[in-house]
Design a protein around this ligand. Structure first.
Ligand code: ATP
Length: 725
């Protein structure tokens, strides 16, 4: 069964915005008269050579030009027999016999046919909120210990303060609580790190290791915990008697206990892991605690850590009398007000907004609540160029591959992060791209590529990986100059990965805040960067949703992305033989895209295991699709998906009939799914379950119950040794 038809057979009851081509498909809606007849009909369709324009194409003149005519090489639409040169009739007959007798009946629908119209993207001319990154003030102007200043200038090699540092450091040095919002990559870590170290090194009675924590830094992910630890450790270089340490899950609990027993003065932790220790480690105490810092504060709430944070706050309140509290994020959303209420005492609100950026009314100037900040729009780094591409579902996979090839193979020095909405999708695309773009066994064995494509290096990061591998991948991507990291939102927050030039969001994020954090992995600290959001035609309205948060994206054309396939002769249709390709012949581009899609499908269908694995990834995509918040359901609704087309983007030729019982991918049946992406504001019974799922992705790692991806190779322990205090 062909993917196009799969929908009709499986989910015919669905109204599908992606299937504007209903007239074209109606032919198949008729009751199927019987297998033989169906086969001959399919064969007829399979071998019709030309002129099969769909009514929808005639109707929607604005649509991205689908193939108007399938030429002889339209055989490219036929699985496994690309561009045969035999005369159509003979070819048809031979194949017919072959199909009908020995081979399973397989065919690939034409990628460029029966796609929905691509709507025009109107740029709203939104004026984005701007922040000035650097100031001309130097760290030496602050009242800091001279050794701390020299560490900043010689070890960290920084001279002038960023805007957020200039505003935050003096406030914190005065002992005030603060609520800090500043754009991604603007230097918030040092904005709290410097005053923290300054205050602890100057304490009247010198800190002893055995005193335990004087400061607690809570962060949502393990990678961010490691990164913050690294920065704090550098700042502490001259003050060796102050000991930092990390608790982050995925590590042996026993060794963490031992380090706690020895004493950690600046404790950096994910909430889940800390709660574990509060409950089970006798030696943990907070008698001397002076500082509580919550970095990415809104994310800590979003991830269902609210209960954990309450447990932590209660433990701190019970043992320490007076402490200084700081909440920071690039996107302090409304939910943070609640956290601020319970954790901050008479805080100073710091939000960095360029003076040239006008608020609509002067009254707004005065108010700096998180809700106000969110309404005003999030600040996006000035040098970050944001793009969107609208791609019909069937073409998503080849477009992604073409984009990766275009940037990372045929242009120099690109480092790219691609975000997906689930661990299964990351794993699936990682293996698939590795196999098809790098080709073969060699790639799998070495997990990096043979010489000719040496610009391509794929890595992946998600919460179902073993911690050791997760840390190794993080370190590897941190250090490499080029590469493609496929990941979930586990890498969206706070990570400072230098020289990232492109962020691709293959699945749209669930909130504008998440969008801002994902793209914020590039264009950090005043550098240039680019982002690409991939949407289907039915999702195009998301651009307006972003615009309402003052986020401005410009359109990139799918055809332009696909045209980079012209540089890769591996995907050349046979009929072009040795002919030199000149420029970008649209027909040839489409044929190359089809060859590439066929390679994906061939690989996926090369065994039962690979098909199962693609279905699993598809299923997890559909599941995550059901979890967009209510406010976005009109854009991202499972019923808007054309299952057959979506299946193709997972290299599946058919729309699967047997996705597991719970899957609403037979969306005619209104089966409810367990959401992976939570609407945590609603206090439902499922909250606990959601929190567990999310923790498996982000936190403690001790009790997730989520199967771990087995490590193929044993990596060293980069970063781990640093954690030993
Ligand atoms: N004053 C400075 N001068 C030069 N570089 C700086 C300065 N302050 C911070 N940086 C560098 O800027 C980068 C981004 O800093 P940091 O990770 O603290 O940003 P952030 O605001 O916390 O970002 P996010 O919101 O994404 O977490 C880091 O590489 C850091 O070393």
């Amino acid at each position: 069964m062909e993917a196009d038809e799969g929908l009709i057979l499986n989910v015919s009851s669905l109204p599908s915005p992606e299937s504007h081509h209903s007239a074209g498909r109606k032919r198949f809606r008729k009751p199927l008269p019987g297998k033989d007849k169906w086969q001959s009909k399919a064969l007829k369709r399979k071998f019709q050579w030309a002129d099969e324009g769909t009514p929808s194409k005639q109707k929607h003149k604005l649509s991205v030009s689908p193939i108007k005519k399938c030429t002889k090489e339209a055989a490219i639409c036929v699985k496994g027999n690309l561009s045969s040169k035999s005369p159509p009739k003979k070819h048809s007959t031979d194949r017919q016999n072959e199909s009908l007798s020995s081979r399973p009946f397989i065919k690939t629908s034409c990628l460029f046919k029966n796609n929905p119209e691509i709507p025009e993207i109107h740029r709203g001319g939104v004026k984005q909120v701007q922040e000035k990154v650097f100031t001309s003030d130097s760290f030496s102007q602050l009242d800091l210990h001279p050794h701390l200043v020299s560490t900043i200038t010689t070890v960290l090699k920084m001279s002038s303060m960023t805007s957020v540092q200039k505003q935050t450091i003096p406030v914190l040095l005065k002992g005030k609580d603060a609520l800090v919002r500043s754009q991604t990559g603007s230097g918030k870590t040092l904005a709290y790190g410097i005053p923290l170290v300054q205050s602890l090194q100057g304490m009247k009675s010198k800190i002893q290791r055995s005193d335990g924590p004087y400061a607690l830094i809570l962060v949502p992910t393990r990678e961010l915990a490691l990164q913050s630890f690294d920065t704090v450790q550098k700042l502490l270089k001259p003050f060796t008697w102050i000991v930092p340490g990390v608790l982050m899950g995925g590590e042996k609990r026993k060794s963490e206990k031992a380090r706690l027993r020895k004493g950690i003065n600046i404790l950096i932790s994910t909430p889940g892991r800390l709660v574990d220790h509060i409950k089970s480690t006798k030696c943990i105490h907070f008698h001397h605690l002076q500082w509580l810092i919550m970095d990415e504060a809104d994310r800590i709430l979003d991830m269902g850590f609210e209960k954990d944070v309450t447990v932590i706050l209660n433990a701190l309140n019970a043992e320490s009398e007076r402490r200084q509290n700081v909440l920071l994020s690039a996107t302090l959303t409304e939910g943070v007000t609640r956290l601020a209420d319970i954790s901050l005492h008479d805080p100073v609100s710091i939000a960095i907004v360029d003076e040239t950026w006008e608020r609509t009314t002067p009254e707004q100037e005065a108010i700096n609540s998180p809700a106000r900040m969110e309404e005003d729009g999030f600040a996006i780094p000035e040098k970050l160029k944001q793009h969107v591409v609208v791609v019909p579902s069937k073409l998503r996979l080849v477009t992604l591959a073409a984009f990766i090839l275009g940037k990372c193979k045929f242009e120099k020095r690109h480092k790219m992060i691609v975000f997906f909405s689930s661990c299964e999708q990351v794993e699936f695309h990682y293996k698939l791209l590795l196999k098809v773009l790098l080709g073969g066994q060699e790639a799998e064995e070495t997990e990096c590529l043979p010489l000719p494509s040496s610009h391509l290096k794929f890595l992946r990061l998600h919460g179902n990986m073993e911690q050791e591998e997760r840390t190794a991948v993080f370190q590897e991507f941190l250090q490499c100059k080029t590469g493609i990291l496929l990941c979930t939102d586990v890498a969206a927050r706070g990570l400072d990965l230098p020289q990232v030039t492109w962020i691709v969001q293959y699945n749209a994020p669930a909130s504008p805040a998440e969008y801002v954090h994902r793209i914020g992995r590039t264009a950090r600290i005043g550098c240039h960067g680019n982002s690409l959001l991939v949407l289907t035609p039915s999702e195009a309205e998301y651009v307006n949703s972003l615009a309402s948060h003052k986020i401005n994206v410009s359109e990139m054309k799918m055809e332009d992305i696909l045209s980079s396939l012209m540089k890769d002769d591996r995907f050349k249709g046979r009929r072009w033989g040795n002919k030199k390709s000149r420029g970008t012949n649209p027909q040839e581009v489409r044929e190359r895209a089809t060859v590439l899609q066929t390679e994906f499908e061939n690989y996926v269908h090369s065994g039962e295991g690979t098909v199962r694995w693609a279905k699993k990834a598809l299923q997890s995509f559909l599941r995550s699709y059901t979890t967009y918040p209510k406010t976005l359901k009109h854009i991202f609704h499972i019923k808007s998906l054309h299952l057959g087309h979506v299946a193709k983007s997972f290299g599946l030729r058919d729309a699967p009939q047997n996705l597991s019982a719970s899957m609403a991918a037979s969306p005619g049946k209104k089966t409810k799914l367990k959401p992976k992406r939570p609407d945590l504001r609603r206090k439902t019974q499922g909250k606990r379950r959601l929190a567990e799922i999310l923790r498996s992705e982000y936190s403690s790692g001790m009790d997730s119950g989520v199967s771990k991806v087995k490590r193929k190779k044993r990596h060293g322990k980069p970063g781990n040794q640093k954690m030993l205090s």
